[in-house]
Write a protein that binds this ligand. Sequence first.
Ligand SMILES: Cc1ncc(COP(=O)(O)O)c(C=O)c1O
Length: 441
Amino acid sequence: MVPKPVVPAGPEAAAGVPGEPTLWNAFANMASLAGHAVTIVGGEGSTVYDDHGRPYLDALASLWYCNVGHGRAELADAAAAQMRKLAAYQTFEPFSNQPAEALARRVAGLAPMPGAKVFFTPGGGSDAVDTAAKLARGYWRALGQDDKQITIARSHAYHGMNAYGTSLGGIPANTEPFVPLVSLVEHVAWDDAPALEKAIETVGARRVAAFFCEPVVGAGGVYPPPEGYLASVREICRRHGVLFIADEVITGFGRTGAWLASERFALDPDMITTAKGLSSGYAPIGAVIASARVAEPFWRPGSTEVFRHGYTYSAHPTACAVASANLDLIERERLVARVARLEPVLARALAPLAGHELVGEVRAGTGLLAAVEIAEAARTADPGIGSRLVAEIRERGVITRLLRGVALQISPPFVITEAEIGRIAEVFAAALDAVAARAAR
Ligand SMILES: Cc1ncc(COP(=O)(O)O)c(C=O)c1O
């Protein structure tokens, strides 16, 4: 099916009439962007449309989240139905709601952690990360180990933009202007398991609460875990009594070809942070999945412990209803199995790009997650090359973006077709050729 361009008409068009730009974009230089933003007005499947009716193949699934694809009417229907019944109600202290209870049961059932409990966050992954970091410390305090306050994270890590997540982040451009926001945070190299053990021993295991780990590094450049790395860090954490927190905000709910990467890599985590794919972005929501061990001091009959944490929109019923409908859709259309089937298709399509003079490495082979790293020599010779490649690719009708200044992201919706995957690879190749030809002139 060829999706129709979505061109705004009537009041929508009037609202789109350019005036003085006032929207301040995330991660953007507004001095150059203001008045030149790409205004997306609609989408269907793996394609989105701008306000001129121009289609783009969305190689990003927006920001790694639109897993069921754009324009899924049943998710809009789920939101509308829930809003008519109960749009929102708080879940502080005694209050609960049915969509949240149902979703919590469902998410706990999908996690490879028997007896897990689920804490929903309203804003996405950053809230989930801050919640998990505070819960880790709360867990140890509840056990009388108040000194266990240090959290360890990795280079290249992205754990969101709230205060804890910014401090845990391992991408210097994001963290250096702000840290220390949260003290008692340590970093180790992303691929060095012995370095984690050394860091724990240096500060003392009795002071370390948790280790945060993306099973596949995402925003840092899409790095699948080195052979044996995850098993090794998991074992080190267990031996030293450090909670292992898998940050699955990107990998959760199917992106690696398993419901959770923790299952694919047999991580047995103490907590999992999720967001994005939980609702495919149709409503903002995240979740911290806490293992039975972490929940126990708070849930044990007779316990007086309170996790003094929560947000106005925690367990928001409309967001929970949308997330449940999204999981229904993933199940009904067997999209997790589809990701597993497309994993080698994507890797094969991108492999030839590794031979291009401007490409240093192609990283693929973990579900629908890949990156094309720009050769270091090309980046050194021309620091603007990455942004130009992103623009050239968009000119040819495909949306990608630059990760950590070094690599181009590919993380399409799960509904992407093999032909569309082929087109992404062709457009990348054409853009690389065009940029190389210009550099040679
Ligand atoms: C691994 C990881 N953790 C946390 C976050 C933060 O999520 P959000 O932007 O929804 O707050 C992200 C966002 O990309 C992420 O990739």
